[in-house]
Design a protein around this ligand. Sequence first.
Ligand code: ADP
Ligand code: MG
Length: 370
Amino acid sequence: MIKVQNLSKIYGDHIAVDDISFEVKEGHIYGFLGPNGAGKSTTMNIITGYLAPTSGTVEVNGYVMGKDTLKAKKSIGYLPEIPPLYVDMNVKEYLTFVAKIKGVPKNEREAEIEKVMSATDITDMSKRLIKHLSKGYKQRVGIAQAILGDPEIVILDEPTVGLDPEQIIEIRTLIKSLKGDHTVILSSHILSEISATCDEVLVIANGRMVACDTTENLLKNGKSVKTLNLNIKGEKDKIEKVLSNIEELDEVEFVEDKGESCLFKVSCDPSKDVREVISFALSDARLLILEMSEETSSLEDIYLTLVKEADEQYEAEMQAIRDGVDLDEVFDEDKTDEESEDGTDEKSDDDASSDTEEEGSENDSKEDEK
Ligand code: ADP
Ligand code: MG
């Protein structure tokens, strides 16, 4: 249905999307999960044909974006991060305008508009100016324009951001109701948002895809860590010194100074039982454990670990570059043989021109729609 291969987007010397590949199959709800700036919107803008990639391909039902762009776009309904609403129109006028753009035949328009207004529960608002709607209703209108024309694939960029809890639940229900008839891809930087609605999760960090699986499999296969919460009587520095010297611990994190005691969080391999070694080390230093509790990994922990590992790897690579590894060599690894033969100067020219091209293609796609 959607096949994304080795997608990259480079802005100047910043890699916003770094060699992402995945496939989307019919009827599921997919979630792009990743911190702000991870590259979710950029990836969605490329998949929907609103932005040209630096390299890589997107195929939608066999049509290649960039070649058969209009045909590829026809199967996609898109709600961008900022909904493309004309706020001085009323809801029905706006949806009629969208129906015209999408090429819905005149005799089907009325029924199609009624259908999407009913699906997004905005029928009562049809005469209301969009600028007078609440954020939740504006978002519904945004979703209505995305599903208008019955596209097979619906892509929603952060559809619940900025909504209140009640509106979030309503929008989640609406998204779930699209499942089956539509394949849905939505993005969020909040794990609970994704786990509540999606069958498959694609975790993106620093432009790279670090996991792609069902939530159950992520939990099952995720690198779990054992965490111990410790409340220890004594001074922070002294406790920290003792804990840091325990070889079995992967991480020692100071949480809070409670006056008489300090809270620490330590983590280790789940196969190890470190309670004894911690107790002995602390008692040798005449430090008393007041509380010790164990935590197992949740989906949240697994997600955070994935993002943290991706950050560490990214930082290490950046450090290697700062330490004098040739920047071009690092970028060349991602390029084709032909491109990597290019000289340094030419490459920076390429970057500049690719940015201009991209602006051009954005305009083109806008033109297409008119
Ligand atoms: P997300 O949607 O996951 O928050 P984005 O895709 O918006 O992330 O952005 C990914 C990265 O690309 C960010 O570091 C962002 O600053 C950068 N970026 C996005 N758009 C542009 C642009 N037009 N020019 C330069 N950098 C950009
Ligand atoms: Mg975004």
